[in-house]
Design a protein around this ligand. Structure first.
Ligand code: GTP
Ligand code: MG
Length: 325
């Protein structure tokens, strides 16, 4: 299929065309990359914008269950929902993928939803690019909401937060009354903390955990992109589908406030600039790795550094001078 036709089909919202295009942007082949860039350029002026929601949480907290319930609620309201999973660590076992199939059974069959799992065995830089491109494709295909899911391990949260309009942290009820080991940096990125599993025997613990986090959020430095009362913590039950409409209402209120106050567009502009810089940096590194002369020089200088014949800084300066020469 040629790029013009693929673009037309994506604009028409054809899910198969979208899936094909995502496969294209995931490819590492140079000729595929050229086609992917041509496609993205062609779709760039679509003017369509989805609400991009980043969702993070440790394994087992209920992300898949939440996405199923939340996604079904949104499609029930006539919204089109795309789900992209990000998992650079490839920590996801085969069992989890099978688990997702059953946990997102209804959403998988829903015509107004599109679910795309993470490609395995890709470096973080590659995953970032692939996800960013996939978000752009989903927007061009007219999705109203793009959910970007990531397992709460490592740097993937920062990456997802850098491409989302809203960042949601999903937590489970804590056993004791102390805060779970959530890193401060991740708390600081959260716009809304959802304490999941607020049902049955777990409900009291969920409410305590929620109160603890609400308190912790109040202690964080005030951010300019937040209206009064944000970031906030709430309880939900993905399993019993409780609190989901409430959570959605808060997400909409926050997004609307940010739009009205210029933060929404400003953040997107800042993100675009950030990713442009990242892409150039990655491209430069790739060029370095592909160029045999540069690699030989790296090896030579690396060995000299290892033998203690030249300082790290001196060797790096020599390398950079050779590259710009
Ligand atoms: N009680 C209760 N259990 C839940 C709820 N949401 C999820 N669970 C259960 O928690 C377990 C893990 O749920 P998942 O949705 O697979 O969690 P996940 O975060 O996607 O896990 P990974 O994909 O491994 O990272 C399952 O047994 C779910 O049934 C909830 O709201 N209440
Ligand atoms: Mg899951």
């Amino acid at each position: 299929m040629d790029i013009a036709e693929l673009a037309d089909r994506i604009r028409a919202g054809e899910r198969r065309a979208l899936a094909r295009a995502i496969t294209l942007v995931e490819s590492g082949r140079d000729d595929h990359r050229a086609r992917a860039v041509a496609l993205l350029d062609r779709l760039a002026g679509s003017g369509r914008q989805a609400l991009r929601i980043g969702l993070s949480g440790t394994p087992g907290v209920g992300k898949s269950t939440f996405i199923e319930s939340f996604g079904m609620m949104l499609t029930g309201q006539g919204l089109r929902v795309a789900v992209l999973a990000v998992d650079p660590s490839s920590a996801r076992s085969g069992g989890s993928i099978l688990g997702d199939k059953t946990r997102m059974e209804r959403l998988t069959r829903e015509p107004n939803a599109f679910i795309r799992p993470s490609p395995s065995q890709t470096a973080l830089g590659g995953v970032a690019r692939r996800t960013r491109d996939a978000v752009a494709l989903c927007e061009a295909a007219g999705f109203d909401i793009v959910l970007i899911e990531t397992v709460g391990v490592g740097q993937s949260e920062t990456m997802v937060a850098e491409m989302a309009d809203l960042f949601i942290l999903l937590l489970a009820p804590a056993g004791g009354d102390e805060l779970q080991g959530v890193k401060r940096g991740i708390m600081e990125m959260a716009d809304i903390i959802l304490v999941n599993k607020a049902d049955g025997d777990l409900k009291p613990a969920a409410m305590r955990t929620c109160a603890d986090y609400a308190g912790a959020l109040r202690l964080l430095r005030k951010r300019p992109q937040d209206p009064e009362g944000f970031p906030k913590a709430m309880t939900v039950s993905a399993l019993e589908e409780e609190g989901l409409q409430n959570a959605w209402g808060e997400m909409q209120a926050l997004a609307a406030w940010r739009r009205e106050n210029g933060h929404f567009d400003a953040r997107r502009a800042e993100q675009a600039r950030h990713w442009f810089g990242e892409e150039v940096r990655l491209g430069l590194l790739a060029r370095l790795e592909k160029d045999p002369d540069a690699r030989a020089r790296m090896d030579r200088l690396g060995a000299a550094v290892a033998r203690g014949e030249i300082s790290v800084s001196g060797a790096a300066a020599q390398m950079l001078a050779a590259l710009s020469g």
